[in-house]
Write a new protein. Sequence first.
Length: 470
Amino acid sequence: MSMITPTANTPLEFQRRHTGLSQLYCLDSTPILQRQIERESNARSYPRRIPLELKRAQGVYVEDSRGQVYIDCLAGAGTLALGHNHPVAVEAIQNALASGIPLHTLDLSTSIKDAFVQTLFELLPSEFAKDARIQFCGPSGADAVEAAIKLSRTTSSQQTVLSFHGAYHGMTLGTLSLSGNLGPKKSLGGLLAGVQFLPYPCSYRCPFGLTGEQSIDASLHYIRYLLSDPESGITQPAAMILETVQGEGGVIPAPERWLQGLRNITREHGITLILDEIQCGIGRTGDLFAFEQSGITPDVITLSKAIGGGLPLSVMVYRNELDQWQPGAHAGTFRGNQLAMAAGNATLRFIQQEELTTHVRHVGHQLQLLLQGLRAEFDWVGDVRGRGLMLGMEIVDPESSDSLGRPAADGDRASKLQRACLERGLIVELGGRHGATVRFLPPLIISEMEIEHVGQILYQAAQAVHAVFS
């Protein structure tokens, strides 16, 4: 584990200059940030909450144009598994450039591509990998999801797709159709027809008003009944798609027994089971793939983000039996990103060789305990959940209730906490219903010392927010 020690991935220069515990950082606009506001689309999102002009980055740290240093617990929305500019990824990119290999190859083969595929299949659970095919997709995860839906409809005489409340699968018209958030699709027509949404179990906010095992039982019973009811109004589905851990939906892990139940249901009804591991895969949850813990074997998985070592890449891996589509049925110009495959292969090898999943479980537990400590002290921290280094802390209004009598989600207070963290040198993101869940997706190499530092900043930020609402 030598390459994940603090001195290896976070140069002392960055550590010395990270002074967030002693002063508030200035977040005034710069000329570049002002030009961004004037010239970029109104659809821009992250700069509104994280108004930084970034200059350098290393490991878990980023530095802005004013020389201020931040701990990055967003890490490209989980893309940067090894943090910023990790030596193994940088070296792989440099070697690929020096080799003279074509940088753009469509879906033609190269030694770099072959090595990437070999590594990925070695890391996949053997039961899945032994009978699998891979499709390289466009550079975004959304394109892999689009491919998965096209494949499932091609191999089935049916069209309906089952998705889940709180889901996030991308921002294309097709993937928005499968996603729960109503905001981006309110004004859009032409969404994918035949999508049916189902409840995703969450003990803290179960739509049935239940908790624990009862919530799981109710969800599985509802789905079984729906598929057997001749008056359900839902035609036989071609596919069911879900995130093994919901990310944008508020960091909600799928219970193992529920996943096992879904696998049984989909097999019984001949439904293709698609697991979206675009954010929760590649070591993020403390397992190489989040579905491994449940012991199930899906029909299809979609992968992106961390799989490219920080560069754009997405793939779909699926059972050979489903490989019934025709040549060119799913294509795209940028399927042959050689630099991403080189960086991705190096990243996957490093995660495997350094047993990084063990480290993720350890420091993830450490961070979860720190978040639980905040929950014990502040009554507006309603729930702490997640797995590994994919964690969320839901912020609530203890004086208001939702329709089922639970504390209401408080997006305003969560936003103030995010801002207070940023002012003290910590980048976190918001998600979940009403934007009330503070999300943590730090690089998988983050050290115990850095986790402790994150906890200290969080506590100071929480105290500041508490003072505002007291």
